[in-house]
Design a protein around this ligand. Structure first.
Ligand SMILES: [Zn+2]
Ligand SMILES: [Zn+2]
Length: 270
């Protein structure tokens, strides 16, 4: 098994030291993880600025991959929060170290974090979703320094909580999603199945099967599995579900990454 979305205490929203996370991954028999701590340039929450200390982070990546190399393949990753107004900072962060793998995540839209209640106020569901996906589209057209898009329909998870009456992924929104997918496929970028919704106990699949099928039908092949664990008990959480979902959407391979290049493992071998 391989888990390509793992946080440690160097992320503002995790208290789990890297060693603890890694030793639990080894105990669970996981063969490979990508450590992907948060860095979100210009995140507006002073309590959680998601401003990674890169000196400490790179030292931790070097230290742990050396210390545990016999037991676990540790990929040097990053979860980079992307927004239109911060693309230069995103580019600088992506280029500050020889990462194996970068998750491009859209935690904000129009400068507001998508998990904040105000993101869902004073707009219809269509307007909320349109704003979110148009932001992603504009970013992926010009920003290329990432490997996969993290939890692509993050907006669904929170819209389901704050505006449960509004529809998810109506046809006019899926038209914008299609444009995003065409760009990322052309650029050789992937998606992840992110199983953290189970942790949040929200019944929203991330991404939705519709998005996964559309990515596959348009020619997309790069799919990673990520638990988004911030504590050890959620490492590779519900990955059987994720693999079944991938297969039901037509995928026969899961991607791993080294030096930003994908490799492929048959789902039947996971
Ligand atoms: Zn994220
Ligand atoms: Zn994450």
């Amino acid at each position: 098994m391989l888990d390509y979305h793992v946080h440690t205490s160097l992320s503002d929203d995790s208290d789990t030291p890297a060693e603890l996370m890694i030793e639990e991954a080894i105990r669970l028999g996981i063969k490979e993880i990508a450590v992907t701590d948060h860095h979100d340039p210009d995140y507006p929450d002073p309590d959680f600025p998601f401003n990674l200390n890169f000196t400490d982070y790179h030292e931790m990546l070097e230290r742990t991959s050396e210390k545990y190399y016999k037991s676990l393949n540790i990929k040097k990753g990053l979860e980079l929060g992307i927004q239109q107004t911060s693309l230069d900072k995103c580019r600088a962060s992506a280029g500050n170290y020889p990462y194996d793998f970068i998750i491009g995540s859209f935690h904000m839209s129009g400068g507001i974090p998508v998990d904040f209640p105000e993101f869902y106020q004073d707009r219809s569901g269509i307007e909320i979703q349109e704003g979110y996906y148009r932001d992603i589209l504009e970013c992926v057209k010009i920003f290329k320094n990432y490997s996969i898009i993290g939890h692509m329909n993050l907006v669904d998870r929170y819209q389901h909580i704050y505006r449960p009456e509004e529809p998810l992924n109506p046809p006019e929104i899926m038209d914008i999603v299609r444009e995003i997918l065409k760009v990322i496929i052309y650029d050789g970028k992937g998606l992840e199945i992110n199983t953290s919704s189970f942790r949040y106990k929200t019944p929203v699949s991330v991404p939705s099967p519709e998005i996964l099928k559309m990515y596959k039908e348009l020619g997309g092949e790069i799919l990673t599995l990520g638990s988004d664990a911030h504590t050890p008990e959620f490492l590779s959480y519900n990955f059987r579900y994720a693999i079944d979902l991938a297969e039901s959407c037509g995928f026969r391979y899961i991607a791993s990454f080294k030096e930003m290049k994908p490799d492929f493992i048959k789902t039947m071998h996971l």
